[in-house]
Design a protein around this ligand. Sequence first.
Ligand SMILES: Nc1nc2c(c(=O)[nH]1)N[C@H]1C(S)=C(S)[C@@H](COP(=O)(O)O)O[C@H]1N2
Ligand SMILES: [Mo]
Length: 333
Amino acid sequence: MLIRKHNLLDGSAIPTSEITPQAKYEQYKRLSRRGLLTGAGAVAATALGADRIADLLAPSNRVHASTKLETVKSPLTTTGEQLTTLQDVTHYNNFYEFGVDKSQPAQNAGTLPTRPWTIKVSGLVKAPKTFDIDTLLKLHPLEERVYRHRCVERWSMVIPWVGYSLSELTKQCEPLATAKYVQFLSYFDPKVEKWWSESGIRWPYSEGLRMDEAMNPLTLLTFGLYGDILPNQNGAPVRLTVPWKYGYKSAKSIVAIKFLSSQPPTSWNDQAPDEYGFYSNVNPNHDHPRWSQKYERRIGQAFYAQQRTTLMFNGYTDQVGSLYSGMDLNRYY
Ligand SMILES: Nc1nc2c(c(=O)[nH]1)N[C@H]1C(S)=C(S)[C@@H](COP(=O)(O)O)O[C@H]1N2
Ligand SMILES: [Mo]
């Protein structure tokens, strides 16, 4: 019941199966179905109805007055398009540590311990440092920035994030001139994130950017959305948002940042290198081996209005196009 309802949220035409090899996907599906259907959730769902259950299982979804973040408007708000609803932004998620179905993070991520929380900075820096989350929140005024969000699976959203440019933190880290790449590592505790084995990903979730990409003002160190702290399923208490790249570059629940001289290993590239490159720039002219990237489906829009043409760099060419001048984007996909 729960599964049916959440899959119907977006009139899903694009199954999760497209991001992983079919056989493996069938295996995840069996595992997660078994987990859901034999659990207390299934029993309670029948008795109370799916909406009530979603609330009960994901206390992190409830908005409390004390979790509001004070923000200033940002000149870097880059789209005037209609926002995706808070309900869709928080109930259609990829966060594989909490399950491979898009409805699972909202149900399962409530147990993520978001305090105390630190980010450890190491590698090619003047001196390693550890930043507490509450220090990070005060490092720079928080801005509200509305970005387009395009997943490699061809769905998209428009989300009002809260944060500040990652470059503000990077400056505090004092990277050495030899640092050419930055790696981001997500929180990983197999006892908390009990769904970790459902996918073929090697944990912890790892992502990376070239230094100039990390320093681009659009790259957002993100603490909230819709004026509130991040719900756990969206990567609380701190994540990255890199709007010109496919969603998977934006690592959630970051606990470590490393400055490196060479390209770090990244989770999806590691899993299927011919499907997911290191750069992962949104590019309608470079097809995924199993599907075209020319179109996308805007979550939450009326069915007839869902289909959209995907824009080069997700529409952020003016801001980031020059980072790739002279590069063959079919080779560096
Ligand atoms: N740690 C971690 N970060 C992650 C993921 C994940 O599974 N684990 N999924 C990625 C993918 S594929 C996408 S599309 C975005 C989804 O973010 P959202 O659910 O907040 O929209 O998070 C990215 N960051
Ligand atoms: Mo994604």
